[in-house]
Design a protein around this ligand. Structure first.
Ligand code: NAD
Length: 262
C-alpha cells in the first residue's frame, strides 16, 4: 500500500531510540523527509545516519535538544521547512508514590507529557490546516486507558493531553481541513525504557531481569512484547492519506493486554 506521504515533512520528537525511532524509520521508508530530535548528540547522529541509509534521497535532519524546553521546541521547529506530520514523544515520568511527589515533580511531568505536545500542536496545526493536510500523532500510554498505580505522574499528565486532544481534534477549523490528531497508546514494547524498568524491579525484588520480563510477558495475550518497528508502522499508517477520516481517537497497541471489549 502506498501511504501517499512521500515528500512530506515530519517532525518526530524524541526519536534516537525506541518508539520514536520506530516511527521515524517507518516514515522515512515511505519517503517522508524527517527531522528527528533527542537530547544526546551521539545517539541522535547515529540514528540519523541509519535513517539516511534506509532511504537514500530522503532528507533527514537531526536537532539535539530537550524537547520539553521552549528552546528545544523552537530549534526542532526551525529545522523543519514545514510540518506536515508531527509525532509527539518524550521520555515518560518516573514511577513512584504520589505521597513523594511535590509540585515540582508534577510540573515536570505536565511539561513533558502534556504541555510540550500541546505547544507543538499549537505551533503547527493551523499551518497544516491552511495547506489542507496534517497528521498529528501523540505517543501516550496504555496507562491512559488502564492506569498503573505507581505511574501516577504518567496517568495524570497523559490523561490531560488526551482530554485536550479529544476536544481540539474535533474543531472544524482542523478536522474539516485535512488535519487529524490521534493518540497511540503503547502497551509493553521492547525498548530500552522497558528493559530499564525490568532491571530496576529485579534489583529491588531479588529476581533476575529475565524473570521479571517473563512475568510481564505472560500478561500479554500475544505472548511477547511489541517491537518499535510494528509501532512505527501503525504510526506511519495513521499519518497516511488513507487515515484521513480517523481523528480524536486513542489507538491501543498492546498485544491484547487490555481486557475490555472497547
Ligand atoms: P526509550 O527510552 O527507549 O526512548 C526514548 C527516546 O526519547 C530516546 O531517543 C531519548 O533520547 C528521547 N528523549 C527522552 N526525553 C527526551 C527529551 N526531553 N527531549 C528529547 N528527547 C528525549 O523510550 P520508549 O520506550 O521509546 O518510550 C517512548 C515514550 O513512550 C515514553 O514517554 C514512554 O513512557 C512511553 N511508553 C513506552 C512504553 C514501552 O513499553 N516502551 C509503554 C508505554 C508508554
Amino acid at each position: 500500500m502506498d501511504l501517499g506521504i512521500a515528500g512530506k515533512w515530519a517532525l518526530v520528537c524524541a526519536a534516537s531510540k525506541g518508539l520514536g525511532r520506530g516511527c521515524a524509520e517507518a516514515l522515512v521508508r515511505e519517503g517522508a523527509n524527517v527531522v528527528v530530535t533527542a537530547r544526546g548528540v551521539q545517539g541522535l547522529e547515529a540514528t540519523a545516519a541509519a535513517l539516511r541509509a534506509l532511504a537514500p534521497g530522503v532528507e533527514v535532519r537531526s536537532v539535539a535538544g530537550d524537547i520539553t524546553t521552549e528552546a528545544g521546541r523552537a530549534a526542532a521547529l526551525a529545522a523543519c521547512p514545514q510540518v506536515d506530520i508531527l509525532v509527539n514523544n518524550a521520555g515518560g515520568p518516573p514511577p513512584g508514590d504520589f505521597r513523594d511527589w511535590g509540585r515540582d515533580a508534577w510540573l515536570a511531568a505536565l511539561e513533558a507529557n502534556m504541555l510540550t505536545p500541546i505547544e507543538l500542536i499549537r505551533a503547527t496545526a493551523d499551518a497544516m490546516a491552511a495547506r489542507g493536510y496534517g497528521r498529528i500523532v501523540n505517543i501516550t500510554s496504555s496507562a491512559v486507558k488502564a492506569p498503573i498505580d505507581f505511574l501516577g505522574l504518567s496517568n495524570g499528565a497523559r490523561s490531560g493531553l488526551t482530554g485536550f486532544v479529544a476536544g481540539t481534534a474535533r474543531q472544524a477549523r482542523l478536522a474539516a481541513r485535512g488535519v487529524t490528531i490521534n493518540n497511540l497508546l503503547p502497551g509493553s514494547f521492547d525498548t530500552e525504557r522497558l528493559r530499564a524498568g525490568f532491571a530496576s524491579v529485579a534489583a529491588s525484588s531479588g529476581r533476575s531481569p529475565e524473570a521479571v520480563a517473563q512475568a510481564r510477558r505472560q500478561l500479554v495475550p500475544a505472548g511477547r512484547f511489541g517491537t518499535p518497528e510494528e509501532f512505527g508502522a501503525c504510526c506511519a499508517w495513521l499519518c497516511s492519506v488513507h487515515a484521513g477520516y480517523i481523528t480524536g481517537q486513542n489507538l491501543l497497541i498492546d498485544g491484547g493486554a487490555y481486557p475490555g471489549t472497547f
